[in-house]
Design a protein around this ligand. Structure first.
Ligand SMILES: NC(=O)c1ccc[n+]([C@@H]2O[C@H](COP(=O)([O-])OP(=O)(O)OC[C@H]3O[C@@H](n4cnc5c(N)ncnc54)[C@H](OP(=O)(O)O)[C@@H]3O)[C@@H](O)[C@H]2O)c1
Length: 249
């Protein structure tokens, strides 16, 4: 799947799933703009891997929840590359707690990063997608299932998936496909916030028909497919990448 000469912007592209997607798109020929928040060393390490594929990598530090900082990121992309073809809205955070223990701050923090940022990210991306484009949001099974202590993140992901469907309809005439990838549990640094992480991983592995957990590369493969011309008639779908976990009773 060749996406040579395409420009891809990945939020939270320095670690975990975002990192795997950024590297996969670079391997397929795209030049990358990679956003991260705090960890410069991880961002530089990922940028080096991307540059070793022969692709370019622009690093963009910033919190996607600070909406006023988003235009500056797109100005850097415009200046460096002159256009945008692919947006991967992947950066996420969130408070893992029972719903009754969530404060107003926990709730806003989670919603702002995971769902709130997606709208301005898309609004500023579209003017740069002059030849159409592909937009993908990264979600999780908690958008449609109840997972212990996941009320805030699950609700934010549900909002994200709904917004993606509405955007898919609105942007279809501009030749822009909007879709969502919903991943099963993936062992990344994000899981360090979960209580009983090891038990969670093991119980998920046992319940996964594929016999193993989803990896960041599994998610990246589907992202590349959705960014390719082969996925041109897929609009507003949530593609579940979970090894069959969610079809089990
Ligand atoms: N891991 C799972 O089990 C799983 C399952 C389903 C879906 N997902 C989804 O997959 C996506 C990636 O998760 P992950 O597990 O790969 O996370 P991760 O390993 O914790 O990586 C998070 C990435 O996002 C960046 N980031 C965090 N908050 C940010 C913010 N406010 N603004 C900009 N960048 C920010 C981090 O940058 P710094 O390093 O600079 O902080 C890092 O690059 C998320 O949308 C998550 O909900 C994960």
């Amino acid at each position: 799947m060749d996406i040579t000469k395409q420009i891809a912007f990945i939020t939270g592209g320095s670690r975990g799933i975002g990192r795997a997607i950024a590297i996969r798109l670079a391997q397929a020929g795209a030049d990358i703009a990679m956003n991260y928040l705090r960890n410069r060393a991880a961002a530089e390490e990922t940028a080096k891997i991307i540059e070793d594929t022969g692709s370019r990598c622009l690093l963009l530090k910033g919190n996607v929840a600070e909406v006023e900082k988003i235009p500056a990121m797109y100005e850097c992309i415009q200046k460096e590359y002159g256009k945008l073809d692919i947006l991967i809205s992947n950066a996420a955070s969130g408070v893992i707690k029972p719903a009754l223990e969530l404060t107003r701050r926990h709730w806003s923090w989670t919603l702002d990063i995971n769902a709130g940022a997606f709208l301005p990210l898309v609004q500023h991306a579209v003017p740069l997608m002059k030849n159409g484009g592909k937009i993908i949001a990264v979600s999780s099974l908690g958008a449609v299932r109840a997972i212990p202590q996941y009320a805030a993140v699950g609700s934010s992901k549900a909002a994200l998936e709904s917004l993606a469907r509405h955007l898919a309809v609105e942007l279809a005439p501009k030749n822009i496909n909007v879709n969502v990838i919903s991943a099963g549990i993936v062992e990344t640094d994000a899981l360090s916030h979960f209580p009983h992480k090891d038990e969670l991983l093991e119980s998920s592995r046992i319940k996964t028909p594929a016999g193993r957990l989803v990896t960041p590369d599994d998610v990246a493969d589907v992202a590349l497919f959705l960014c390719s011309p082969m996925a041109k008639m897929i609009y507003g779908q949530t593609i579940v990448v979970d090894g069959g976990y969610s079809i089990m009773a």
